[in-house]
Design a protein around this ligand. Sequence first.
Ligand code: ZN
Length: 129
Amino acid sequence: MQTLTVATGSRVEMIDITQEVAEAIRRENVSEGLAVVFVPHTTAAVTINENADPDVVRDIIAETNKIVPFEDRYAHSEGNSAAHIKSCLVGPSLTLIVSGGRPVLGTWQAIYFCEFDGPRRRKVLVTAR
Ligand code: ZN
């Protein structure tokens, strides 16, 4: 298993980790198979979306913040319920097809680490079989 470190710089942020994940899969020495990307955090997530136009990520963040507002009389006393909810909605893991030692992605697809309660130092776990 490979452990990546992601340093986030904002409260809510999507960081393109495609190259780091591809490098981690390469280190796993799997040519044809599956890779799992897993975020071991309750206020972060991982997803795949477009990286060609940065406005796409901007819109995802802006609309997600509307769907799950930062303040909404949440019961959780830590004050980061919005981050926990967004983490649930986006999800903690991805399964990727590995072919030729690389993750198979569409032309416009990138792997994004989603920070919902930053800035923090985060981990992303990657394994391939
Ligand atoms: Zn919390």
